[in-house]
Write a protein that binds this ligand. Structure first.
Ligand code: IDP
Ligand code: MG
Length: 138
């Protein structure tokens, strides 16, 4: 079993898609280990997305991620990191495969509903960004 980190982005929460997206995630066999609803400050969003500093979409990404509450969560499944990236689909909803979350609910490449860790080391960093290591890792 492996853990990954997911975040229902403000566009997801604002459009009342929380229930549908959580249902989808559970239907694919992921167990929700931790979950909270919170609003990121600008400083927090900038730290979380620091690898993207300097990219053309960075400013818009920070604005979107701080525009309202998000729902970060820790998920568990066999090969969770890779399996979760598969079910969310391509960053751009127009390129995302049929049946993926971003294809189903994403509107633009920025407002693409959900975040998922891209590798195991990102998952650990992202989980411990939002949740306490001692509560999650056991
Ligand atoms: P990922 O979320 O699929 O891992 P990243 O390249 O890590 O994609 O980008 C992080 C987030 O930044 C995306 O999920 C999306 O919200 C936003 N983003 C990425 N590329 C673009 C773009 O070209 N235009 C606008 N927003 C973008
Ligand atoms: Mg990414």
């Amino acid at each position: 079993m492996e853990l990954t980190f997911a975040n229902l982005k403000p566009d997801c929460v604002e459009r009342n898609l929380t229930g549908k997206v959580i249902d989808f995630i559970e239907s694919k066999g992921f167990e929700i280990i931790k979950m909270q609803k919170m609003r990121l400050s600008k400083i927090q969003a900038e730290e979380f997305y620091k690898d993207h500093v300097g990219k053309p979409f960075y400013k818009g990404l920070i604005e979107m991620m701080t525009s309202g509450p998000c729902i970060p969560m820790v998920l568990k499944k066999k090969h969770a990191v890779e399996e979760f990236r598969k079910i969310i689909g391509n960053t751009d909803p127009e390129k995302a495969e049929d049946g993926t979350l971003r294809h189903l609910y994403g509107t633009t490449v920025r407002r693409n509903v959900i975040h998922g860790s891209d590798c195991e080391s990102s998952a650990l960093r992202e989980i411990t960004f939002f949740f306490s290591f001692v509560d999650v890792i056991h």
